[in-house]
Design a protein around this ligand. Structure first.
Ligand SMILES: NC(=O)C1=CN([C@@H]2O[C@H](COP(=O)(O)OP(=O)(O)OC[C@H]3O[C@@H](n4cnc5c(N)ncnc54)[C@H](O)[C@@H]3O)[C@@H](O)[C@H]2O)C=CC1
Ligand SMILES: O=C(O)C(=O)COP(=O)(O)O
Length: 634
């Protein structure tokens, strides 16, 4: 029983779908009815009753009795339920154990669920058994559940209100819950504030009457200035994921409590400007252009994740100037591009595309004319980076002679031969395959002149970027027979979504394989990227590390323990570190770790400091003239 008589705040917390992610009774039915052919039907009936009661549409007491009679559960099922609930504690409750433990005197679990499964769960997280107010089951001699303790007010209508009235808590009471019965405490005047908790379920009928809607316990703790595991609640940090990135990416952010918006398509510049105003992290693939204008309208943006290899769609210079770190997935789809290139090369050189198209029109053309093996042919790779080198290895394994040209001096793999110029490569290759990046200077690297240099009947592949090849010149070369066949995956303009039609002069030409920019679109690659990029972004958000960033100085930082970490991004001009150190000296702040890395445009200083410092210290750091962005983690 509560003995505290000093005026204080009490936190009344609901259990089902608030403390845990699920409804205990629904899950108990699931367990008890395992193997029963009617399980799904009965569990659904129970869920409907729970929902109706939580929405205030059904008398609570009546709903509870109906649910118990449908359950057919016994004591061993309750034990199995407790094991299951241990894995279903709401993420934000699990993260804030310290608050639960340190405020355990003031926290009451008030639930119309059952003590038999609530007490073991909440006491393991530091709460007090005597502060759990809930129903209890009635069991028969064989341990079957046959009912509830009818004397308990919580088994009755308005039970929570009656209970709180009887407790007459000597202080302010605020309620956190997901159900209408939690709101009723506020309505009845036994609580002063009601926080609708939406981490697990969101009921409009409940959120519409709440004083505050809190997507996590972190948000509640933040609003009430209580001790918490997150300096700034992640539910307030908006992450915008575009272009249908793999669902594991969304999950990675949601598990940590971030507020994620997920869109299937890309956005154009104006649409993105509208959306990005309150976005902290942006996730894109190859189709969303992040221009300087977009970045100028993104005051809260700290990082961009390109869920692909290419980053030419992002104005990297502007991003760096604005202190926005950019990450990509430099090799997660390399193999997928290579496999598609190999497949296309074989199909084209073997004349399969023409034959297959003919067959669809009823033409049987069994002949070896113009069908060749790739073995012994010369494969010319333009660009010898991750993709070029992989294709080099596989080309050689197929018995091809591999040649490459790269603007950077690259070590040949296996027997591949490095050529001094693009022209040399174009003159020698039977198959020319483009694997250069999409930087602006690479516009029209292959045009009329370059096609003319190629061998007659060459096979040409572009799975790099649309603008590196002049499409009109390719069309002309295909029509004249200079190019025998082509595989094209990328285009100067690509539809933003699958609903937009594809327009190109390449449509309808024979022996041309057209694919909708799917070089990297395999389940394996997308899932790999979906894990890889969020890991980099989360390391940056949570710890400040910039490993793998394409535009920031790379720093791998130790995990933050017990100190405050100040992250200061500034223009790279001489003397900033000295200015910062002067401020530390002035305020007598003890530095426990300091790291500085610079690139041409910016400096990135990370300072771990002891947690006690005077007001004004942080403001002075932020106000250093050359500051671009400042963040603090603890
Ligand atoms: N079709 C698709 O779905 C995909 C397309 N890509 C494209 O493929 C490109 C290459 O990818 P990675 O090999 O991973 O990149 P990478 O950066 O490892 O390799 C690119 C290579 O091209 C070289 N290079 C750049 N400009 C050149 C030029 N004008 N002439 C000769 N060499 C030049 C670079 O020095 C570098 O060695 C990406 O940038 C991306 O645009 C990547 C993945 C999927
Ligand atoms: O990885 C790249 O650079 C690609 O071109 C693949 O882009 P996507 O993720 O398919 O939009």
């Amino acid at each position: 029983m509560l003995t505290n008589t000093i005026e204080q705040t009490y936190y009344v917390i609901d259990f089902d779908s608030t403390f845990t992610q699920v409804e205990g009774l629904d899950e108990l039915a699931n367990i008890a009815l395992a193997g029963n052919p009617n399980r799904e039907k009965v569990v659904q009936q129970i869920r409907d009753l729970t929902d109706a009661a939580m929405n205030g549409e059904l008398s609570f007491a009546e709903g509870l009795r109906q649910r118990i009679s449908l359950l057919q559960a016994n004591r061993s099922h309750v034990e199995a339920l407790v094991d299951f609930l241990r894995t279903k504690v709401s993420d934000s409750f699990a993260r804030n154990r310290a608050f639960l433990r340190d405020y355990s005197e003031a926290i009451l679990i008030v639930s119309s669920g059952f003590k038999e499964f609530i007490v073991p769960i909440v006491t393991e997280l530091g709460l007090k058994e005597e502060n759990v107010y809930a129903n209890t089951f009635r069991f028969d001699a064989d341990d079957n559940i046959i009912g509830v303790d009818d004397e308990n007010v919580l088994s009755q209508d308005k039970g929570k209100v009656k209970l709180l009235e009887s407790l007459a808590l000597p202080g302010d009471v605020c309620v956190i819950g997901d159900g209408y019965t939690d709101y009723e405490l506020r309505e009845a005047g036994v609580a002063s504030r009601f926080y609708a908790f939406t981490e697990n379920v969101e009921r409009t009928k409940v959120t519409s009457v709440a004083d505050h809607v809190v997507p996590s316990l972190d948000e509640f703790l933040f609003l009430n200035n209580l001790p918490r595991s997150q300096s700034y609640p992640k539910s307030r940090i908006k992450i915008l994921l575009l272009e249908n990135v793999h669902p594991v990416a969304r999950q990675a952010f949601e598990e940590q409590g971030f507020n994620v918006e997920f869109l299937k398509g890309a956005l154009d510049e104006d649409e993105l400007i509208e959306k990005i105003k309150d976005v902290t992290i942006l996730g894109i693939r190859s189709k969303t252009n992040v221009t300087r204008r977009v970045l100028e309208n993104a005051p809260r943006l700290i990082a961009i994740g390109a869920f692909c290899i290419g980053t030419n769609q992002i104005d990297l210079k502007a991003a760096t100037e604005k202190g926005v770190a950019v990450f990509n997935a430099p090799y997660s789809n390399t193999r997928s591009v290579v496999e598609l290139a190999v497949g296309e090369m074989i199909m084209l050189i073997r004349n399969v595309v023409t034959k297959s198209n003919g067959m669809h029109e009823g033409k049987w053309d069994k002949s070896a004319n113009n069908s060749f093996e790739v073995r012994g042919k010369k494969l010319g790779l333009v660009g010898y980076g991750h993709i070029g080198t992989q294709l080099s290895v596989i080309g050689e394994a197929l018995g091809m002679e591999v040649y490459f040209y790269d603007v950077v001096d690259k070590m040949p793999i296996g027997n591949a031969k490095k050529l001094k110029s693009l022209d040399d490569l174009l003159r020698i290759a039977d198959v020319v395959s483009m694997h250069i990046d999409g930087r602006k200077d690479n516009k029209n690297v292959i045009g009329k002149r370059e096609f003319e240099l190629m061998k007659d009947g060459v096979v040409f592949l572009n799975l790099a970027r649309g603008h590196v090849v002049e499409v009109e010149a390719l069309v002309e070369a295909l029509k004249s027979g200079k190019v025998w066949g082509a595989g094209v995956d990328v285009f100067p303009y690509e539809p933003k979504t699958n609903n937009e039609p594809f327009e190109s002069e390449l449509r309808g030409l024979p022996n041309v394989i057209l694919t909708p920019h799917i070089g990297g679109s395999t389940e394996e690659a997308q899932e790999g990227i979906g894990h890889y990029v969020p890991e980099r972004l989360l390391e940056y958000i949570n710890n400040g590390s910039t490993t793998g960033s394409v535009n920031f100085p790379e720093v791998q930082l130790p995990l933050l323990k017990g100190s405050h970490r100040l992250l200061h991004i500034h223009k790279n001009v001489p003397g900033i570190l000295a200015k910062l150190n002067n401020i530390f000296a002035k305020y007598n702040v003890n530095i426990t770790g300091q790291y500085l890395k610079t690139n041409e445009q910016i400096g990135y200083v990370i300072m771990d400091v002891e947690r006690s410092y005077e007001d004004g210290f942080i403001d002075e750091i932020k106000n250093v003239e050359e500051t671009i962005k400042f963040r603090m983690l603890y």
